[in-house]
Design a protein around this ligand. Structure first.
Ligand code: CP3
Length: 323
């Protein structure tokens, strides 16, 4: 999950050493270091590559910066002329420092820890590109989608293409699983969800298979609610990431179709105490262990106390009990 490192002082120190967040992302030695940091503190089964979903649009030619306190800022794409200013050719090559990071991680990773690579889902990446950064309602993008604007569809196609190649190269470098983050999947209702959430993820999985990348794919399509089953069935994801408001009974039902990942409330980890313990227990008891990847329902908040993360992992090992 995003910001996995921000609650760790050693992450903040390495980021400072790198100069900026983006300098850190493009520095394979330091990105590998940041990927390892949580593993040195906690008994985890997997590591997530340190990078960002917005590196792919940057590789397409959209100017990107991260300003302190404001989050990402991107040069907006809002017309066919803007789309024509982007360049698919060679875009995946510009991301080669990330493949180098993957190789370095694999070299230093204990054998029992899996490495998860990732990219942003086309819909979510497109919202950042069209809005020019984060936006509370993403209305400009939702209207472009509802109108089926030709420039918007062309933009989505470009993102799909670069994502297939980007993920396939992460896998080639050693990623053992990949996750597609569709943070804003819940923006789209009937009539648009199929075209802009389900179909792009399905195409990325097909593109990976066509390139010989045969790893499991986790789809984190946040906010789908009752449409999760359709998403799983039609995309063919091996696991569905679930946000915390999704009832655990619904996660249990979904295990008929795929594995599920999640979905502890990040606020429960901040709160600690019995609410945290009960939350971990509820998930372990309700979900079959061979079909469940324990995780939060969204990213860690930077203010999360480290000792609560330790407590969470200890509870999980205690309740799980199988190893
Ligand atoms: O958690 C990790 O360290 C793993 C690597 C990772 C990052 N971003 C690093 C990061 C992953 C998997 C992501 C995914 C990501 N990035 C998503 C999808 C998942 C989600 O959280 O919904 C999205 C939407 C982004 C885009 C993004 N990156 C935003 C909106 C921001 C700014 C957030 C803020 O509040 O400042 C980022 C920055 C970012 N990406 C940070 C990290 C560790 C924080 C940067 C810092 O301050 O050091």
């Amino acid at each position: 999950m995003r910001q996995a490192g921000r609650y760790l002082p050693e992450y903040r120190k390495t980021r400072e050493e790198a100069g900026s967040f983006l300098d850190l992302c493009y520095n394979p030695a330091l990105s590998a270091e940041v990927t390892f940091q949580p593993l040195r503190r906690f008994d985890l089964d997997a590591a997530i590559l340190f990078a960002d979903i917005l590196l792919a649009p940057q590789a397409l030619g959209a100017k990107l910066s991260f300003s302190a306190g404001e989050g990402p800022v991107l040069e907006p794409v809002r017309s066919m002329e803007d789309v024509k200013g982007l360049k698919l050719e060679g875009a995946a090559d510009k991301l080669s420092p990330i493949y180098e990071t993957v190789s370095r991680i694999i070299e230093g990773l204990p054998a029992h820890v899996a490495l998860i690579g990732f990219c942003g889902a086309p819909w979510t990446v497109a919202t950042y590109m069209v809005e020019g950064g984060g936006s509370p309602e993403r209305l400009r993008t939702r209207i472009a989608a509802a109108r089926g604007e030709a420039w918007f569809d062309a933009l989505m196609d470009m993102i799909i293409e670069v994502s297939c190649e980007y993920l396939a190269r992460q896998v080639k470098a050693g990623a053992e699983c990949v996750q597609i983050f569709d943070t804003w999947a819940g923006d789209l209702g009937d009539g648009l969800r199929e075209k802009y959430v389900i179909e792009p993820v399905r195409r990325i999985i097909a593109g990976l298979r066509a390139r010989g990348a045969d790893v499991p794919v986790i789809g984190f399509a946040r906010g789908l609610g009752a449409a999760q089953e359709e998403f799983i069935r039609e995309t063919g994801v091996a696991a569905a990431g679930c946000e915390w408001p999704l009832p655990v009974a619904e996660m249990a039902r979904l295990t008929e179709f795929a594995a599920v990942q999640g979905n502890l409330d990040p606020a429960a980890v901040m709160a600690g105490g019995s609410f945290l313990r009960d939350g971990v227990k509820r998930l372990v008891e309700a979900l079959p262990r061979e079909k469940h990847i324990f995780n939060l329902g969204h990213g860690f908040k930077p203010e999360t106390p480290i000792e609560n993360v330790e407590e969470m992992v200890a509870c999980l090992r205690e309740f799980d009990g199988a190893d």
